[in-house]
Design a protein around this ligand. Structure first.
Ligand code: ATP
Ligand code: MG
Length: 241
C-alpha cells in the first residue's frame, strides 16, 4: 500500500515543499492519484534530461549493447563486462582504453557506454580525436582556448575516438596532452585506438610527451583488447554472397 513517506520522498525529489498537510488529509485514492501525477513529472524530467545530455554529448549515432557480441573481446583482470557497463569506473575517475583492430566494435562500445552514462545523468562529450585537436588548435589561435577547456572540465566522461589514424603536429599534440593531463584523477576518458602504446609516438611526435601522456592515461585504467576480424569486412562479405 502507498504510504505518505513515498509521496513525501517524491515531493523532495521535485522540491515541492508545501503539500504535506494536503497529503496527510487525503484519501487513499487521492494519494494514489497525487503519486501518479508526481511520478509522471519525475519520468518526464528524466526523459528531458536524457535527451538534453544526448544532444550536447556529440555522440555520432545511437548504438547500444543490445545485440553487441562480447565473445572476441579480451578484458583485463581489473574489469569485466558487468563492471564496464555498470560505469563504476566513472565514479572512481578511471579510464578505459579500447585497443585493437579496425572494425572490431571499439567505437560501438564507446558509444554504448556514452549512452549509458547519459542515462545515469552524467555529462559526456564524444570526440573523434582529430576533430578535438583541430578545435583545440583553432581556439588556441583565436586566443579563447581557456573557455573551451573549462567547458570540457564540466564533463564526467570524455571520449577520444580513433587515436592512431591521424598524426598531430607539435601544438596539436601539446594541447591534447593538456586536456588529458587536466582530466587525470578528476574525469574519466575512453580512448579508442588501433595502435599499441609502443606506436603512439608516431601520432604525437615527441617521445617524452607521448610517454607522459600514456602514463597519465593508464595509471587508473582498464585496457580492453579487440583482437578480432573487422565486422565491416565480415558484413560486406556476407552481403555479397
Ligand atoms: N562486437 C560487435 N557486436 C555487434 N556489432 C559490432 C561489433 N563490433 C562491431 N560491430 C559493428 O561493426 C561496425 C564497425 O564497428 P566500429 O565502428 O565500432 O569499429 P571500430 O573498432 O571502431 O573500427 P575503427 O578502428 O575502424 O574505427 C559497426 O557497424 C558496429 O556496430
Ligand atoms: Mg572506430
Amino acid at each position: 500500500m502507498l504510504n505518505n513517506e513515498a509521496i513525501k520522498d517524491i515531493c523532495k525529489q521535485l522540491k515541492i515543499a508545501y503539500i504535506d498537510d494536503l497529503i496527510e488529509t487525503s484519501t487513499t485514492k487521492q494519494k494514489e492519484y497525487i503519486y501518479e501525477v508526481l511520478n509522471a513529472e519525475i519520468e518526464g524530467r528524466k526523459r528531458a534530461k536524457l535527451s538534453k545530455l544526448l544532444k550536447t554529448s556529440n555522440i555520432p549515432q545511437i548504438k547500444t549493447f543490445e545485440g553487441y557480441k562480447f565473445d572476441e573481446i579480451i578484458f583485463p583482470s581489473t574489469c569485466n563486462k558487468e563492471r564496464l557497463i555498470s560505469l563504476e569506473w566513472i565514479k572512481n575517475k578511471e579510464n578505459i582504453v579500447l585497443m585493437g583492430n579496425v572494425g572490431t566494435g571499439k567505437t560501438h562500445m564507446a558509444t554504448a557506454l556514452s549512452i549509458e552514462a547519459c542515462r545515469k545523468g552524467l555529462n559526456v562529450q564524444f570526440f573523434r580525436v582529430s576533430e578535438l585537436v583541430e578545435t583545440l588548435v583553432y581556439k588556441y589561435n583565436q586566443g579563447n582556448i581557456r573557455q573551451f577547456r573549462n567547458r570540457l572540465k564540466k564533463n564526467e566522461l570524455l571520449i577520444l575516438d580513433e587515436v592512431g589514424y591521424v598524426p598531430f603536429d607539435k601544438i596539436g599534440s601539446e594541447l591534447l596532452f593538456n586536456v588529458i593531463s587536466e582530466c587525470y584523477e578528476k574525469q574519466s576518458i575512453i580512448v579508442t585506438t588501433n595502435l599499441e602504446f609502443g606506436q603512439w609516438s608516431s601520432v604525437f611526435g615527441d617521445t617524452k610527451l607521448t610517454a607522459a601522456l600514456i602514463d597519465r592515461l593508464v595509471h587508473h585504467a582498464s585496457i580492453v583488447s579487440f583482437p578480432g576480424e573487422s565486422n565491416r569486412l565480415a558484413q560486406a562479405l556476407t552481403n555479397q554472397k
